[in-house]
Design a protein around this ligand. Structure first.
Ligand SMILES: Cc1ncc(COP(=O)(O)O)c(C=O)c1O
Length: 417
């Protein structure tokens, strides 16, 4: 990207699928003076965020909060529960599932990486990156594991590289259907607080998430939500762990403190973000994301371009992957949009490099924000000479207008505070 020698007027449109824009109210909370992380005020803050985050994960069990990016929380989930050489069943939904598999291998685990075996005309190199986890494949594999060598099943709930979600309750049913004792670990780094998620109801043993997506915070905090079975497994797991170890964190968290220096100011921001999310109500937050995603897909369909997600049942409410016509470099379109309209879109990752771009519509996102985003996309596609069937922006506006209700208004904190 060229270096701009002046500050462009207006705000930058950060429409990547995370980090997502941080609301002013959260930024203000983060800017409070840093306090003593062993003093009395901090304990109250710690207990508040720990209680709030359990409501967001929908769990009654402990949630470990790390001063780390999501990758750290991936590692934490594995090292706390598994031993060297353990076999882990992982499912290839996209780039992030692939990175997690690579990380597991580096830790000394054996991994089996299964994928949807079908073919795809648009993206033959990444057919399984257009669909969610097929739970029946997991059930069939577990049923064959008579020696119970597989110790964990790892899946990504919202695959940020593609815009495809997976049915986690179905994965739980598959594990139970096979009568298999493997732990279920789920990455919802980009799903939490945007897409419906239920740690306890879905019987997840470790849920991994991060701060910089639906929680509307800057990067820097990540999470492991635990189950009693995961805590039990951590007592005999042999992979080396110190910083990531749950036992000391969970023990000290009982009084609102951490065994190390937590990122105090981001926790102020987390408390504020949780307050905003719970005030809007989780069902309303999820419905808002579903509606914005449907509007975005209406635009993509009107342009006559395929979405990366090929299964209408599992479109992500967080982002939309747009596949560009063969021979059109998606990154060139992104570059034109960045240079002309001061907007960042997500690049195609891994196998999808140059073949698609990603529109983020998560966190602090509303109707007009999305409409402007789609206007920028449409102008960029035209500048790049991509033939469009019709106006996606108009289609999205039609959808937004016809589904608008006063309740669709984001309860804006700038007005109330
Ligand atoms: C689904 C998913 N998993 C894992 C990660 C890695 O998290 P981080 O980049 O915060 O380490 C990301 C980051 O975007 C993600 O979207």
């Amino acid at each position: 990207m060229p270096k701009l020698d002046f500050h462009p007027s207006g705000r930058h449109f950060l429409q990547i699928p995370g980090p997502s824009p941080v609301p002013d109210r959260v930024l203000r909370a983060i800017s409070l003076p840093t306090i003593d992380h062993r003093g009395p005020e901090f304990g109250a803050l710690g207990l508040k965020v720990l209680d709030g985050i359990r409501q967001v994960f929908k769990t009654r069990h402990p949630v470990a909060i790390y001063p780390a990016s999501g990758t750290g929380a991936w590692e934490a989930a594995l090292v706390n529960t598994l031993s060297p050489g353990d076999l882990v069943l992982m499912y290839e939904t996209g780039h992030f599932a692939s990175l997690w598999q690579k990380l597991a291998t580096r830790l000394g685990l054996q991994t089996e990486f299964i994928a949807w075996p079908g073919a795809d005309d648009h993206l033959p190199q990444a057919a399984s990156w257009r669909r969610g986890v097929q739970a029946d494949l997991i059930e069939a594999r577990l049923a064959k594991d008579v020696e119970r060598r597989i110790k964990a099943v790892c899946v990504v709930h919202n695959e940020t590289s593609t815009g495809v979600t997976s049915d986690i309750a179905a994965v739980r049913r598959a594990i139970d259907g096979a009568g298999h004792p493997a732990l279920l670990m789920v990455d919802t780094i980009s799903g939490l607080a945007s897409a419906d998620y239920r740690h306890d109801d879905w019987g997840v043993d470790v849920t991994i998430s991060g701060s910089q997506k639906g929680l509307m915070l800057p990067p820097g905090i990540s999470f492991n939500a635990l189950s009693p079975k995961a805590i039990e497994a951590s007592r005999s797991a042999k992979l080396p762990k110190a910083f990531w170890a749950w036992d000391e964190i969970v023990e000290m968290n009982k009084t609102g403190y951490w065994p190390y220096t937590p990122n105090t100011n981001l926790l102020y921001g987390l408390a504020e973000a949780i307050e905003m999310i719970l005030a809007e109500g989780l069902p309303n937050v999820f419905a808002r994301h579903q509606r914005l995603a449907a509007a975005c897909r209406a635009a993509v369909e009107a342009w006559g371009l395929p979405t990366q997600c090929a299964d209408p049942a599992v479109h992500s409410p967080v982002l939309t992957g747009v596949v560009t016509p063969k021979g059109v470099d998606a990154d060139r379109i992104r570059k034109l949009i960045y240079e002309h309209f001061n907007m960042s879109l997500g690049t195609g990752l891994g196998k999808l490099k140059g073949r698609m771009f990603r529109i983020g519509h998560l966190g602090d996102c509303n109707d007009l924000g999305l409409a402007a985003t789609l206007a920028g996309c449409e102008m960029g596609l035209k500048l790049a000479g991509v033939p469009l069937r019709g106006s996606g922006m108009l289609a999205a506006m039609e959808f937004l207008q016809s589904t608008a209700t006063p309740a669709a208004r984001h309860p804006d904190a700038h007005i109330s505070r």
